[in-house]
Design a protein around this ligand. Structure first.
Ligand code: ADP
Ligand code: ZN
Length: 608
């Protein structure tokens, strides 16, 4: 165990000093300072910030500055390990208590706690629920209690955890200790639920702007998904990324395909052997350019800062999931991409899964609403970021300039007549067929199925020859999204008309459709310029990276725990020649300077 003896001189120093000297950052972001001050004054608060927004510092700093040990309650064991390692690296005495530890390890932590040697203790909620732990914690001074992933207390969310409910007792158990609930989930409903269930005492409520400016958003319609993915990845060799798929099987096939193309890619899903799963996750964190192809089982608790892209290869189930998952890209603030492909099949499948689920009717209705919001967003023709932020109650005064809608605006066209043709074809064929057959009928194709059902006799046969089959698929998808058409689960997904179809057929409802951009791969490239290293800097860059990698291996930590990419980029740009110049680089505080400064200075001096 490599815990530093706590630096008691830090107690009563200022947040700004701590930020600079320990964490190596120059300025607080957004509300960080105000949130920290509130906790230092002993007040409770609720902090809502998007993933990567910088929530940890909000509780770490006051926990260190106040007398006693700060408790951080987190449901994510993997994340605890990471955070503790990162804190130890900057010289903070932190440890964790959870079920992954041996009895001896736990005893060692407990002893340190009793001796007042810990500045921060990460703890799993179930551990906190035991009488034994509570008694132990009442013996020692507690500086602050942070409740991470506070939305887990919400019974509406899919992350609900029963042991979070008992956290309402913390106020009574530790009177006078400020509590801070933090989460990235922003909907009003969750917010209200957190406030009532945790029984926070007149809390300050801080909602950070949800915009992640460095992430570029792009959504494409699936045409040839695997080829689209290859194109997207072409310019991203050597970068770390996450690709989300809906099924376990698909994660494996996509990972295999990428490996064939010379990428390093690993699958991750709940069905893998736990050993393999842990190893794949470990490698993703430790190595530089690995791609993980995962189901949503992967990600909670991944705080690797240099994930350069997040791909949704299948549709997520809501805007909330989408935003949380894409939020794992670019936590270091450097350019990153969120790229998604989706098609009619995704829509149909997700709707069917909902219809068939055993959940209560009002829950299903809520989930349907959330899925529809996401689908509507996929079909947006202008700036994509504005409606995205609007959904989370935030707004943007101007178009963002960093999304596909801004960079490659999709044209729209009057689709009323096309929609009428399509709906008629569905109606005339008896509402018994899927999209493929309907499109064949519209195009007037004499397939076996057409002949078998005598559909070449119908008045609608061939009335759609003025448009390509891709356009008809797009029209179908957009009608489904808009609710003028639905796939009937009881008829094997056959397309059937809805209550609102009549309005379209009668010409009372006018429709505008999105024209799918023709050059899909170019979008993702243009909208997310990666930081490039000039040819003249290449040698120094490689030398810095090599130094970081060898230090990381030596210390048994991921490379980014030594220094973030951003820090290396700044070294490249400013070429610091002295220790004090080194301290001006973002991400270098006194401890890191003492540990690694000299080795990096050496390299820079050699090259200049
Ligand atoms: P989250 O809100 O998801 O918990 P983190 O607390 O992990 O986000 O912060 C995300 C990244 O931003 C981390 O790498 C962290 O070191 C960095 N960070 C946080 N606050 C600042 C700051 N004031 N200046 C520079 N970097 C910061
Ligand atoms: Zn935009």
């Amino acid at each position: 165990m490599q815990v530093a003896i706590p630096d008691h001189s830090l107690v009563n120093s200022s947040p700004q000093t701590l930020l600079k000297d320990v964490f190596g950052y120059h300025n607080f972001r957004g509300d960080q300072q105000t949130i920290i001050d509130a906790a230092l004054d002993g007040r409770d608060s609720l902090v809502i910030m998007p993933t990567g927004g910088g929530k940890s510092l909000c509780y770490q700093i006051p926990a260190i500055l106040r007398e006693g040990t700060g408790l951080v309650i987190s449901p994510l064991i993997a994340l605890m390990q990471d955070q503790v390692t990162a804190l130890n690296e900057v010289g903070i005495a932190a440890e964790f208590l959870n079920s992954s530890q041996s009895f001896d390890e736990m005893r060692a932590v407990t002893a340190m706690l009793r001796r007042g040697e810990l500045q921060l203790l990460y703890i799993a909620p179930e551990r906190l629920a035991t009488e034994q732990t509570r008694a132990l914690l009442r013996e020692i001074p507690i500086s602050l209690i942070a409740i991470d992933e506070a939305h887990c207390v919400s019974q509406w969310g899919h992350d609900f955890r029963h042991d979070y409910l008992s956290l309402c007792e913390l106020g009574t158990l530790f009177p006078g200790v400020p509590r801070m609930a933090v989460t990235a989930t922003a909907t009003d409903r969750t917010r209200t639920e957190i406030l009532t269930r945790l029984e926070l005492n007149e809390p300050g409520i801080f909602v950070a702007p949800f915009d992640r400016e460095n992430i570029s958003y792009a959504v494409q319609v699936k045409t040839d998904a695997k080829r689209q993915l290859s194109k997207f990845l072409q310019k991203r060799r050597g970068e770390a990324g996450i690709i989300y798929c809906l099924s376990r099987k698909k994660t494996e096939s996509v990972a295999a395909q990428l490996c064939e193309q010379g990428f390093e890619a690993l699958p991750y899903h709940a069905g893998l052997d736990p050993e393999v799963r842990r190893e794949n996750q470990r490698r993703f964190l430790a190595e530089e350019g690995l791609i993980i192809v995962a189901t949503i089982a992967f990600g909670m608790g991944i705080d690797k800062p240099n994930v350069r892209f997040v791909v949704h290869f299948d549709l997520p189930k809501s805007m909330e999931s989408y935003y949380q998952e894409t939020g794992r890209a670019g936590r270091d603030g450097e350019p990153a991409a969120a790229w998604m492909v989706y098609g009619l099949q995704d829509v149909v499948r997700l709707r069917q899964m909902l219809d068939e689920s055993v959940a209560g009717e009002d829950y299903k209705r809520y989930e349907r609403y959330k899925l529809d919001a996401l689908l509507g967003w996929c079909e947006v023709t202008g700036c994509r970021r504005r409606p995205l932020l609007a959904y989370f109650g935030d707004s943007l005064a101007e178009d963002c300039g960093n999304c596909d809608g801004c960079l490659m605006p999709a044209a729209s066209w009057d689709g009323t007549q096309a929609a009428q043709k399509l709906l008629s074809a569905i109606y005339r064929t008896g509402q018994r067929f899927g999209a493929a057959h309907i499109v064949d009928v519209l195009l007037g194709k004499a397939t076996d199925k057409v002949e078998q059902h005598g559909h070449e006799q119908l008045s609608v046969f061939g009335i759609g020859q003025d448009r390509a089959s891709a356009t008809w698929r797009s029209v179908t998808r957009q009608l489904v999204v808009a609710g003028h058409l639905r796939a009937d689960a009881e008829r094997f997904g056959a397309l059937v008309l809805t209550d609102t179809s009549r309005g379209v057929l009668r010409g009372e409802t006018l429709l505008q459709f999105r024209e799918d951009p023709k050059l899909p791969a170019a979008v993702a490239r243009r909208s997310s310029p990666t930081r490039t290293v000039a040819t003249k800097d290449q040698d120094l860059w490689e030398a810095l990276r090599e130094c970081r990698q060898s230090l990381a291996s030596e210390h048994g930590v991921p490379a980014y725990v030594i220094f973030h990419d951003k820090t290396l980029h700044e070294m490249l740009q400013f070429r610091p020649q002295s220790e004090s110049a080194m301290l001006d680089i973002s991400g270098i505080g006194q401890t890191k300077l003492d540990r690694y400064g000299e080795q990096f200075l050496e390299i820079i001096r050699q090259q200049c």
